[in-house]
Write a protein that binds this ligand. Sequence first.
Ligand SMILES: *Cc1c(COP(=O)(O)O)cnc(C)c1O
Length: 404
Amino acid sequence: MIPPLMPTYKRADLAFERGEGSWLYASDGRRFLDFAAGIATCSVGHAHPHLVETISQQAGRVMHVSNLFRIPQAEKLAERLVANSFADSVFFCNSGAEANEGMVKMARRAQMLAGHPERTEIICMDGAFHGRTLAMLSATGNPKYLEGFGTPVGDFVHVPFNDIEAVKAAITPRTAAVMLEPVQGESGIKCASVDYLRALRALCDQTGVLLALDEVQSGVGRTGRLFAHQWAGITPDVMSTAKGLGGGFPIGAILATETVAQAMTAGTHGTTFGGNPLACAAANAVLDVLLAPGFMDQICTRAALLDTLLDSLVADAPDIFAQRRGLGLLIGLRCVPAVGDVQAAAQQAGLLCVTAGDNVLRLVPPLTVTEEDCRKAVAMLVQAVTALRGTPDNKNKPVLETTP
Ligand SMILES: *Cc1c(COP(=O)(O)O)cnc(C)c1O
């Protein structure tokens, strides 16, 4: 019999009562170090006092008024995002997929208003993940996700990731935008190279194609810069973000240059909940933490420590881990045994992680993670390795060839 809660996820048999910092306390009394962080979302950890206080205060005043009225919390949040990014204007929504939908609408409409209504096609990357709405399923392009949901939404084409010649070859007079994640998350923590991002920017400039970045996962400090593309010294024309922005409170955003944003006038796009006082108060509290002097440097310090510790783990356990990759605190460990087994062993050792494509174990701790917790996490992975080595061979079949 189908459970009342629709079974669209394979859930671990764990429920949490409370959290504090990078730790979650399960209802059975166990505590876990949370390097899943609600899938790279709990950016300031659990029960962060400033976030809790801000949300409580705002909830006691006014949560929602609709976008038919001014929302000072949204105005303030937009000003801060504009002041700290390439963008001139911001639209708030409620999720990553919704931000991406709006981003595609903006790119197409900006092309239309620039005299190119024929430019509607979006070039996406193999291995992309842009969300689960009908159009974003097409942008994602993974046949597994599309199956059973009818004719894919048109005008999305795919090229290999990190291959500038493939993008060049795919651009036609009908191309509106190139859309990509600077670090592909769901498909296995694959970084776009700096050279590739710079070449894409130049190619877009030459061809009048817009550069649209999906920073739903890589944005909001995850990589040690407010947005991952900043590492490459480029700016997009339009960008989506979401996951970490509300620290666990749902909010998404589309950031755009004036050229793109001016395509959106009253009535062209909308959302009932998007950018409400409560969501924007939460995001402002998150930014209070992230924009404090030295905080991005602290993320980089933690990331450098984890890189060092994880590199020696990979070197010591080539039978379990084939490679470390990622940027900042968006970390992937490519596994030799099935990643599900490695994740389960980590969980058994007290560490929560997420899986990603390409047999990758994804480590995405809160950005506030302490040095001590980073060391504990790696110690738990060492424990997991020991446990995996103890498992009978038939349960722990390699799915990857061990790198020589
Ligand atoms: C999670 C994610 C999305 C989808 O976000 P939702 O909030 O689940 O709709 C889109 N793009 C990327 C890169 C993501 O990681």
